[in-house]
Design a protein around this ligand. Structure first.
Ligand code: HEC
Length: 108
């Protein structure tokens, strides 16, 4: 009886952690679409709409986050960064961190 009980609890914990992991992945992918990143950087950060725009998939997460923050704040400011800056009011710092982690795990 106790063996069954702990088995059921274990299965429950595993199921819950699988579900929360996929929810996290969906959130990041959803944010990437909804916050308009996809419009310029393309599907999963690999297909930029213009040759002058960067591919961002598979880059280091801290670097991705730092660049997003610098473009949002205007510290990184050049001809092309301006296009992105104009869209960055759509995304919060917390959401940027989630998207950065997700992009870093994607294949280049
Ligand atoms: C309007 C187009 C546009 C949108 C929308 C946009 N970006 Fe960008 N992004 C750019 C351009 C252009 C650059 C390169 C700027 C430059 O030349 O310095 C850039 C640069 C970056 C970089 C730095 C890449 C590097 O190698 O230094 C990251 C990371 C990035 N974008 C992520 C995002 C994320 C995440 C989103 C969504 C929240 C987003 N961008 C939305 C156009 C856009």
């Amino acid at each position: 009886m106790t063996v069954y009980k702990s088995l059921i609890i274990t299965i429950g914990i595993i199921t819950a952690s699988i579900l929360s992991n996929s929810a996290q992945a969906l959130d990041a992918a959803g944010l990437y679409r909804e916050r308009a990143c996809i419009a310029c950087h393309g599907e999963e950060g690999r297909v930029p709409v213009m040759a002058e725009y960067p591919k961002i998939a598979g880059q280091n997460a801290p670097y991705i986050l730092a660049q997003m923050k610098d473009i949002k704040s205007g510290v990184r400011n050049n001809t092309h960064a301006v296009a992105m800056k104009n869209m960055m009011h759509l995304i919060s710092d917390e959401e940027m961190a989630i998207v950065a982690e997700w992009l870093a795990e994607l294949p280049k």
